[in-house]
Design a protein around this ligand. Sequence first.
Ligand SMILES: O=P(O)(O)OC[C@H]1O[C@H](OP(=O)(O)OP(=O)(O)O)[C@H](O)[C@@H]1O
Ligand SMILES: O=c1cc[nH]c(=O)[nH]1
Ligand SMILES: [Mg+2]
Length: 212
Amino acid sequence: MRIHIADHPLVAHKLTALRDERTDSPTFRRLVDELVTLLAYEATRDVRTEPITIKTPVAPAVGVKLASPKPLVVPILRAGLGMLEGMVRLLPTAEVGFLGMIRDEGTLTVSMYATRLPEDLSGRQCYVLDPMLATGGTLSAAVELLIDRGADHITCVCLLAAPEGMAVMEEAFRDAHVPLTIVTAAVDERLNDKGYIVPGLGDAGDRLYGIA
Ligand SMILES: O=P(O)(O)OC[C@H]1O[C@H](OP(=O)(O)OP(=O)(O)O)[C@H](O)[C@@H]1O
Ligand SMILES: O=c1cc[nH]c(=O)[nH]1
Ligand SMILES: [Mg+2]
């Protein structure tokens, strides 16, 4: 598994504003959108392209276009939905699949309540969107499902990660034959006893959408 921590002053600036408890929902949504655009630039470094020839006003030129099959972007509901627009803006040919997942706040175990994905993901590059990688229960279950359906290249885009969640992902996919990358804006200190990232930003879903 490859881990990329986006080390850029604009990323750090936006992340600081996101963490701030005084940031209201409309501003939080806008900052998530902007931050994803910056992370998407890194996350799509290996996106497959194919050559095309076009004509400039002056001469023919060889360029590239996004390859087929189309990349698949998979936001994990709810909070991952806040990252969708920022991602597809940079990947306009992408298709979008959905996973609805929620963790029990007491036991921290995850259940999947919605799945809307192609049955066969063979040959597809997949981009999983989830702002928070905490215990890793959610993201590991999502990645496992994509691998089971044949995805052959998976990149997870997270705003924040905890070391505990990173370790769970490393262990779960140690022997995976699929290239797996996690792109995140920062790795925080730890989880608290309720499974929240410290210092983190609180509950990403609630801060985006308001209801628990
Ligand atoms: O790494 P984990 O310990 O599994 O926690 C991370 C998950 O928790 C949050 O989702 P939540 O269950 O709060 O659902 P929501 O997005 O609907 O708020 C977050 O959006 C992640 O999906
Ligand atoms: O800190 C955390 C952990 C899980 N989910 C969140 O939204 N925030
Ligand atoms: Mg939540």
